[in-house]
Design a binder for this molecule. Sequence first.
Ligand code: ZN
Ligand code: ZN
Length: 141
Amino acid sequence: MPLPGGPLTGGCFCGRITYKIAAPLKNARSCHCSRCRKAFSGAGSAYAEVVPDSLTWTTGADQLSRYETTPGWGLAFCGTCGSTLCGLHGNDVHGVTLGSIDGDPGVEIAQHIFVGSKAPWDHIGGTAPQFAEFPPSMQGT
Ligand SMILES: [Zn+2]
Ligand SMILES: [Zn+2]
């Protein structure tokens, strides 16, 4: 399913790494757990899943650094500026960080998860549903 406005584009802070995404994002969410706060250097993650194989590295793929967060799952970030760019499942790109996308990603945060362990300074806005831990749709994943 091609995107009507052309592919989404994104990249890291220093600009060495860029990508494009050829299909709409899905399951946008923010996880407020202590691990995501570290990994995303903020109040939590801002993340959406990609259709498999829809993300293509445009420049700088050789600059990517990878970190395995749990067995089989990891994050990739720019080895120079440190922007977290995507989540990995094995060697496949599982999703992207919404903050690394240029302009409107076409999705909004649809759920806040692990709100039960959010930072004391985190004030969550908007009307998206909040879940203390995993939402029912993600139980067991
Ligand atoms: Zn960079
Ligand atoms: Zn988390």
